[in-house]
Design a protein around this ligand. Structure first.
Ligand SMILES: [Zn+2]
Length: 270
């Protein structure tokens, strides 16, 4: 085996992908050639470092399942047949660990910054409540009395602002529970509506229009002279608007057009 051939096989050896015959002749070469042995040791160490660096990084479960089930990322017909390493196969052996590291950094670094507390737009972070409520994971104050709910939430922020307290009975939705969430040191009043119309959550907090996610679609309502920002997260649609210093977000699984129309009908120009 020549050094050039050995270099081609080193990565495959580390990945335990060599056949018995190739492995034996590569091992013979490595025992005789210090240059290739060094390359083998360096690549092993690099692989180990990548493995260790990746160990502490965990994407949230819902993100993982979304990525894994996205046919644009993992085409259905190839999902079980090919592994990600297979895409690196045509590459020269020495480039593969470099590409693997670059891939890891490209995936891990944004994930690291994105999921660091405080780096996600508050409007998106707030929506997480929606799934957690439906999953029964939230310690909510259940009440039948809407006025009491509004009063409790208002007191929890020292009376500085109050939840929108919309009357949505026309849509077969009534307030059933409320809670206060704190994101980035900002308190968010959360009012949960339920009924035949499904589930709708109204978030209220002190903020500005820049609290809308950067990729939200902006709709200008000429009659009310207000902006409405539409965005979604994990199947939950949301519409954000500003009333003075107050930001209100309506979130629901109802179609975006309906939610937008609802937000526009309820919003008060400030
Ligand atoms: Zn060699």
């Amino acid at each position: 085996m020549t050094c050039a051939e050995a270099q081609e096989f080193i990565t495959a050896l580390i990945d335990q992908e060599l056949g018995q015959a190739e492995r034996s002749s590569l091992e013979v070469h490595l025992s005789e050639c210090s240059g290739c042995r060094l390359a083998f040791e360096e690549e092993s160490a690099l692989k180990q470092q990548i493995r260790e660096a990746a160990r502490g990084i965990n994407a949230p479960a819902h993100l993982r399942s979304r990525i894994l089930s996205d046919p644009r990322i993992f085409p259905e017909k190839n999902r079980s047949a090919r592994r990600w390493q297979d895409y690196l196969r045509p590459m020269p052996a020495l480039l593969r660990p470099i590409l693997a590291l670059a891939l890891l950094l490209a995936i891990a670094l944004p994930a690291f910054y994105f999921f660091k507390p405080g780096s996600e737009p508050i409007a998106l972070a707030a929506l997480e409540t929606y799934d957690r409520f439906l999953g029964g994971e939230l310690p909510v104050q259940r009440t039948e009395n809407a006025d009491e709910l509004v009063g409790q939430l208002t007191r929890s922020v020292g009376g500085h602002f109050h939840p929108m307290g919309y009357d949505l009975t026309a849509m077969n939705l009534r307030p059933v529970a409320g809670l206060v969430r704190e994101i980035d040191g900002r308190k968010i009043l959360v009012v949960i509506y339920e009924g035949q119309g499904g589930t709708l959550i109204c978030y209220t907090f002190l903020g500005a229009e820049k609290d809308a996610p950067p990729n939200a679609a902006r709709f200008f309502d000429a009659a009310k002279k207000m902006n409405f920002y539409a965005f979604s997260r994990g199947g939950v649609n949301a519409v954000l608007h500003r009333e003075g210093e107050i930001i209100c977000i309506l979130a629901s699984q109802m179609p975006m057009e309906e939610l937008l129309a609802l937000a526009k009908s309820k919003a008060n120009p400030s």
